[in-house]
Each structure stands twice: as C-alpha cells, then as structure tokens.
Design a protein around this ligand. Structure first.
Ligand code: CP
Length: 284
C-alpha cells in the first residue's frame, strides 16, 4: 500500500464499485482525510458525512441517521464519534461493516496501527522496544489502542502524566505507570507525546499550560534523557508549547509527518482486508 502512494499515478482498481460512508460526528483532519485518500487510491466511492450541516442538527438520532445511510447500501461505514462504544453499537445494528475512526476516550485502532507501522519501519521491529507515552492518558483513545497493540507485539510500554490525568488502574493493562517524566524517558526508544485534550476536560486537571509544559513538555534537553537513537511520535493535532516544543516537533528525530503518510497506507490495508477478506498481493 505504501508503494501505491509513491507512484506518479496513485490509483488501483482494487475496490472499484464498493461504497464507503465516512461518518464523522467529531472534528478530524488526519483520520478523515487519510481514510478519504485511501478510498480514492483504491477506487472506492466515498460519501462524506459531517454532523454539522446534516439532519442531526434537526434532532435526528444516531441510529436513524445510520439506518438512512444504510438504505443507500454502503459496503462499509467509517465512524468517528465522541461517545465510547458507538462503533460497536452501529456494528450490532447495521448490515454494513463498521470501522472505528475514534470513539470518545475509548479506542482509535487505526491510529495505533499507523503508529506501529511507523515504529516498525524505523527500527525493523516492535519487540523489546521501550515506548514512553506521555500526556493526557485519562482522555486518550490513542493510548488505549497503542497499549493493546504494542504490548501484543512485545514492546515495553510506559505511560506518564500528571496524577490527575493518569487513570489509577492503568497498570492493569500491562504497562508501567509514572508521574515522573524524566524517569519515563530513561532508556526509551520511542517517545510518544499525547495532546492535552482540553475539550474533554470538564474541570482543570493542572494549574496552567505553562506549568504543564515545564513538567511534562518535551524539549530537546528532556529528549536527551531517552536513548540517543530515540524517535518522537505525536498523533496530532499538536499543542506546540504545551506538550511538545517546536524544536523537537520539527527536528530530524520527529516522525510525526511520517505517521501521517503511513496512516494512508494503513487505512488502505484495513479497507482492503475488510472488503475483500484477504491481504493485498499487489496489482502488477
Ligand atoms: N490523530 C488523529 O486522530 O487526528 P485527527 O483528529 O486530526 O483525525
């Protein structure tokens, strides 16, 4: 799938005649556009739904919305929603396949897949790497999906954040948990910074963004505590000067834009596998 993106003519007929609905109830730049790009490159037909401007604004329920879209016979529905469990709910109630593009603070599976692909392409493996994930662990769907995937693939995962943003039982997911950022960075091969999700925080979880950056912001000096070959990931969108400094985000050690490119290939693979039932074997 990556090689298709490198061609001058970025299109294969693999999913011609298939229809995919992109159902986005929450804002998105990377996920939405990479799913759309993946669909275009595989020649699927896309229908793009944004809650704003739809009959959701007139009070139509989620299930009625989805059933009406189902009546147009899509093969697959890609959904992002602010409530955990919505993709599972739709999968139980619709004929079309459902892909989770992020549900509340629950999961973001394709983000974890693209993160894993990015790390594996860089190091050639995931096993025995130490991945330090730091930030708003409490509200992050990215961290939950990454923990499932990275631990399954044999990586050691450390999560770090202020006590108010670190779920007390997170270690039960098979990770180390710490509030000490410097300790989390020690010997890390991969440093994954998470966005401070101010829109999901009903109350103040830390005194100020300035204070947060001082204790948990990734600067070049802080990054020096990780292994000398350590790389930096961030799912985006970044809050520069809150969880990450521009000098790190834009440095050669940052794989942040590579994550975005890999996201298209990963989503192509997900769509292709789900719609055809078998892995891509090339179109040569
Ligand atoms: N990483 C991610 O989910 O970004 P978007 O919210 O822009 O899709």
């Amino acid at each position: 799938m990556l090689s298709i993106g490198r061609r001058e003519m970025k299109k294969v007929p693999a999913l011609r005649g298939r229809m995919i609905v992109n159902l986005f109830f929450e804002a998105s730049t990377r996920t939405r556009f990479s799913f759309e790009t993946a669909q275009k490159w595989l020649s699927a037909d896309s229908l793009n739904f944004a809650a704003k401007g739809s009959s959701v604004e007139k009070g139509e329920s989620l299930l009625d919305t989805a059933r009406n879209l189902q009546a147009m016979s899509p093969d697959l529905i890609v959904i992002r929603h602010g409530t955990a469990g919505v993709p599972h709910f739709l999968a139980r109630n619709l004929k079309a396949g459902v892909v989770n593009a992020g549900d509340g603070a629950h999961e973001h599976p394709t983000q974890a897949l693209l993160d894993a692909l990015t790390v594996r392409r860089h190091f050639g493996r995931l096993s025995e790497l130490t991945v330090a994930i730091t930030g708003d662990i409490l509200h992050s769907r990215v961290v939950r999906s990454n923990i499932w995937l990275l631990t399954k693939m044999g990586a050691k995962v450390r999560v770090c954040g202020p006590p108010t943003l670190l779920p007390p039982r997170i270690a039960e997911m098979g990770v180390e948990a710490t509030t000490d950022f410097d300790a989390a960075l020690e010997d890390a091969d991969v440093v994954m910074m998470l966005r401070m999700q101010l829109e999901r925080q009903g109350s103040s979880f830390f005194p100020s963004t300035r204070e947060y950056f001082k204790r948990y912001g990734l600067t070049a000096a802080r990054l020096a505590r990780a292994r000398s070959h350590a790389v930096v990931l961030h799912p985006g969108p970044m809050n520069r000067g809150v969880e990450i400094s521009s000098e790190v985000a834009d440095s050669p050690r940052s794989l942040i834009l590579e994550q975005v490119s890999n996201g298209v290939a990963v989503r192509m693979a997900v769509l292709y596998l789900l719609l055809t039932g078998h892995p891509w074997e090339g179109d040569a």
